[in-house]
Unconditional design. Structure first.
Length: 171
């Protein structure tokens, strides 16, 4: 059964989750933005430069839904996990993957990564790529365990050291 199929998982808090759902650009993105903001808050003071999420508002999320793909897994009270998938020339870029604290350890990130692999294949792309910050070594380990390989590092403008680790996984 693929990740886009109709799963039903029971969370410890009693919320049902279903299949990932693609959001449209006219939908209210406030709850998704709130999820991202809370989920990424642990990075404050850990990464330099700060996350680009600080420059992303609900209008930017709506724009992402129009020009890329915004996917959510919802529970009874709103989004529990989300991801933005952006087709590029030879890969599907997986960005802003977030899971609500109450839903961590339930396989939601794995579902969204599985979805990204299916979407890449459907779009005729050979891989899924992502970036994580150098400082977030726990993310490096997680993505490696999910089959992603390090392809290099990059530096943000104005930095003379690597700030980002690039990962890729073939479809």
């Amino acid at each position: 059964m693929g990740p886009a199929c109709s799963w039903r998982n029971r969370l410890s808090e009693g919320q049902d989750t279903g299949a990932p759902r693609r959001m449209g650009p006219d939908e209210d993105m406030a709850a998704v933005h709130a999820l991202l903001t809370v989920a990424f808050s642990y990075m404050e003071g850990r990464i330099d430069p700060p996350s680009s999420l600080g420059r992303m508002d609900v209008d930017a999320l709506a724009q992402a839904a129009a020009t890329a793909e915004v996917w959510v897994i919802e529970g009874d009270d709103g989004p529990l996990a989300c991801v933005i998938l952006t087709p590029q020339a030879d890969t599907l870029y997986l960005g802003k993957l977030a899971v609500a604290h109450v839903a961590r350890g339930k396989g939601l990130a794995r579902r969204l990564i599985g979805l990204s692999l299916e979407r890449a294949q459907a779009l005729g792309l050979a891989s899924v790529s992502l970036q994580t910050r150098v400082e977030l070594v726990e993310n490096h380990a997680t993505f490696a365990a999910l089959g992603f390989k390090v392809t290099g590092t990059t530096a943000h403008p104005g930095y003379d050291r690597p700030t980002t680790v690039n990962f890729r996984r073939s479809v």
